[in-house]
Design a protein. Structure first.
Length: 323
């Protein structure tokens, strides 16, 4: 019996790719950059399954180009805002994703960005490389204390809760906001549930851990930025579109907030000449929240298992919720 035909949009870790090659007749895009949309439409024609990345636009037209034989879309990411989920549901195509395994790695990076911005670590490294370190200076590169500071976590899901656990170790006061958050569930991670305005007004650091959807897009905008402390630091390891990019640049330039540390941007990747990158109070890294070897291996395995289950008519181990 012939193997199911699938298309994989990037070379991913061998922990998953070898499994796909073993179980499927797989074509794998080998380019450094993602396949252009029109190329992707051609590549998916007649496939049984598609394994994609968050850099790929997967809409109804692409699904129709694949044809009625498309049995599954498996994404190597926990988020899926690049996929038209309603279009897939209408066509009866299940979508797989990779929740859970990237929680700790992303929380590590979120807290690393918080520390780096608070203690001006990157500025300090650049200070030496630029030849400015001539003596110990009691007034140079003064940063912010974490112990006793207030951390506001917007989105207390898996990653938000993992960040809260890390913050407790630094003796931080933790406030949390999610639309359906209860006092009881927040208390499980030593957080206090508050409304969004209270969180923004009282937090020294604000960390975002929300999915990107119509409700959360530009949740952080000119109005909400103006509600933050003038020395507050904003951390985002979720999705770039949660922040109004132009409003953030304006807030950082004018001192409305103290700083920002971002793993995600909008657009992504950010242009090298974007004004955000010229600001001394902005730290930007290239979407590396899940970039640990173990985590990416696990994500690749999960994406492979979702793909193989779908093309063989089995329930997906990790399926995007419907409804």
């Amino acid at each position: 019996m012939s193997k199911p035909r699938v298309f994989v949009t990037r070379i991913m870790p061998a922990a998953g790719l070898d499994r796909v090659r073993e179980a499927c007749n797989a074509e794998i895009w080998s380019g450094e950059m993602p396949p252009p949309y029109e190329t992707l439409r051609e590549k998916v024609r007649g496939v049984d399954g598609l394994l994609c990345m968050l850099t790929d636009r997967i809409d109804g037209q692409l699904m129709d180009a694949a044809g009625p034989g498309l049995k599954v879309i498996s994404q190597m990411a926990v988020g899926y805002d690049n996929i038209d989920v309603p279009a897939a549901q209408v066509r009866g195509i299940p979508i797989g994703h990779t929740p859970g395994v990237l929680t700790e790695a992303t929380a590590d990076l979120a807290f690393g960005l918080l520390l780096a911005a608070a203690r001006r670590i990157v500025e300090g490294a650049n200070y030496i490389q630029d030849g400015q370190w001539r003596t110990w200076d009691p007034n140079a590169l003064l940063g912010r204390d974490l112990s006793g500071a207030t951390l506001g976590i917007i989105g207390l899901g898996r990653i938000g809760r993992a960040v809260a656990r890390r913050a407790a170790g630094f003796n931080m006061r933790i406030l949390a906001y999610s639309p359906s958050l209860t006092f009881e569930s927040a208390a499980e991670v030593n957080a206090v549930a508050v409304d969004l305005e209270t969180l923004l007004r009282e937090s020294d650091f604000v960390s975002l851990h929300l999915p990107l959807n119509a409700r959360t897009r530009h949740l952080i905008n000119r109005v909400t930025l103006s509600q933050m402390k003038a020395n507050a630091i904003l951390v985002n390891t979720a999705r770039g579109g949660i922040i109004d990019h132009a409003a953030l640049v304006e807030a950082l330039r004018s001192g409305i907030i103290g700083g920002a540390a971002l793993d995600v941007t909008d657009p992504e990747p950010i242009s090298p000449d974007d004004p955000l990158l010229s600001l001394p109070n902005a730290l930007v890294v290239p979407h590396i929240g899940s970039a640990s070897q173990w985590t990416r291996d696990q994500m690749a395995r999960m994406a492979a298992e979702n793909l193989i289950a779908g093309v063989t008519g089995q329930p997906l181990p990790n399926r995007v919720p419907t409804g």
